[in-house]
Write a protein that binds this ligand. Structure first.
Ligand code: AMP
Length: 418
């Protein structure tokens, strides 16, 4: 006897079922409209890339590269990785297509899945989705402030409340080495309190200790020196100007010197927007500046900044009011009525009305009760009488009113009652 084994979704992934997908569509449509209002255009890159792209871009000391990548060999033996984040792909694409030679602004947005082999928990998945925006070639901290303002506007439009904006500067190649030296010394003194992972980070990249979620490491990190006390004059002026722009937008923020973000490439400004409603995984979005990445990939010396929003977390926070679905359920009785009904449904759809026919044989009563269950606002009844007369019964499910209408008037009656 063959055993029937049920195949389940892979751990850390989830299905977005139709009702939930509606919410996603709303959130995505709002975000796209806002990004376009700020001059961003969509870019789409492949889901997998050469592994080297992320090793080089995301950084060899990041948790993502060390522990979390979905890396595999294809049939030709190439090492490929399902993208864990988007920025390296965009930078690759810009260089490959020499987009910087175009007159268009280098402002892009993107929406799609990301893959990280992390421990699944509430708000953390192995396949999750991000909306990403990136700006290239704009050095002024005004643009960093503008993208924070855009993120803030997106959240306000989606009615996401009780959020906090955290900002920091992680310095530049000039001032960071001295800070790293001090940080390493401070971490060395607390070595015994740190987890084995963080002990390794002391030498590899002590900044990454701030990413650790182990409570003893977090406690130790609270006493570590702050990068904001080590910024060079230029980085400090840059950070001050960023904050002044936020002030003039009347956007409140908190300076969080431990906000170094989990990725190696950040330079100067970093930020995150968090919500206490999310629990332990509290970041809705995060981003910052990465002025050196394009150069590292052998491209021109063009700076970049941007952020990534976690879709699962954003959708969970955005209240969703279900609009009355303006759709019509077409009920029919008999073969001839089915033919006529199919033609009518085609006509209604071509006139922009959502229209559903189900072909399973049912009594009229059952069809109306189905329409009711599905939340249809209208039922159009097509029976023998209706075919003969060319007039159909159109029932408004909200009021119970029923009117007799000819084909041409169906749309009119529906639109007028809206
Ligand atoms: P990051 O690319 O790590 O800066 O993440 C940007 C945003 O993506 C975060 O603020 C989260 O909202 C979201 N995010 C990151 N990792 C995950 C994950 N494993 N599952 C769900 N959302 C995530």
């Amino acid at each position: 006897m063959s055993e029937k084994k049920r195949i389940a979704a892979i751990k850390g992934t989830k299905d977005i079922l139709p009702k939930e997908a509606r919410k996603w569509q709303r959130v995505e449509a709002t975000a796209k409209r806002i990004f376009e209002l700020y001059g961003y255009r969509e870019i789409r890159a492949p889901i997998f890339e050469a592994t080297e792209l992320f090793e080089k871009g995301t950084g060899e000391t990041s948790d993502i590269v060390i522990k979390e990548m979905y890396t595999f060999k294809d049939k030709a033996g190439r090492s490929l990785t399902l993208r864990p984040e988007y920025t390296p792909s965009i930078v690759r694409s810009i260089i490959e297509h020499r987009l910087y030679l175009q007159p268009d602004p280098l402002r892009f947005y993107f929406i799609g899945p990301m893959f990280r082999y992390d421990k699944p928990q509430k708000g953390r998945y192995r396949q999750f989705h991000q909306m990403d925006i990136e700006v290239f070639g704009e050095e002024a901290p005004a643009v960093d402030a503008e993208i924070v303002e855009m993120a803030d506007y997106l959240l306000k439009t989606l009615k996401v409340t009780e959020t906090e904006i955290l900002v920091n500067s992680v310095g530049c190649q000039g001032c960071r080495p001295l800070y790293l030296k001090e940080l390493r010394e401070a971490a060395e003194k607390k070595r015994a309190l740190l987890c084995p992972d963080c002990q390794r980070k002391i030498t590899a990249n002590p900044l990454r200790i701030f990413d650790c979620k182990v409570e003893t490491c977090r406690e130790a990190a609270r006493g570590f020196p702050k990068i904001t006390d080590f910024l060079c004059a230029e980085c400090e002026a840059n950070f001050d100007s960023f904050k002044a722009h936020l002030d003039s937008f009347q956007i409140s923020y908190i300076v969080e010197p431990r906000l170094v973000r989990g990725i190696d490439y950040y330079t100067r400004i970093t930020f995150e927007i968090i919500s206490a409603k999310l629990g332990a995984q509290d970041a809705i979005l995060g981003g910052g500046r990465y002025d050196d990445m394009m150069k590292v990939f052998g491209g021109p010396d063009i700076c970049g900044t941007g952020f990534a929003v976690g879709m699962e977390r954003l959708v969970s926070l955005a209240p969703f009011t279900r609009e009355a679905e303006d759709f019509l359920y077409l009920a029919f009785l008999g073969d001839e009525a089915q033919e006529k009904g199919m033609a009518l449904a085609r006509f209604l759809r071509q006139n922009d009305l959502e229209c559903l026919i189900e072909y399973k044989e049912r009594s009229l009563r059952n069809q109306i009760s189905r329409a009711n269950k599905l939340g249809a606002r209208w039922v159009l009844i097509v029976g023998e009488e209706e075919i003969k007369s060319g007039k159909y019964q159109l029932k408004n499910m909200a009021t119970g009113n029923q009117v007799e209408v000819g084909k041409e008037d169906i749309i009119k009656v529906i639109r007028e009652s809206a």
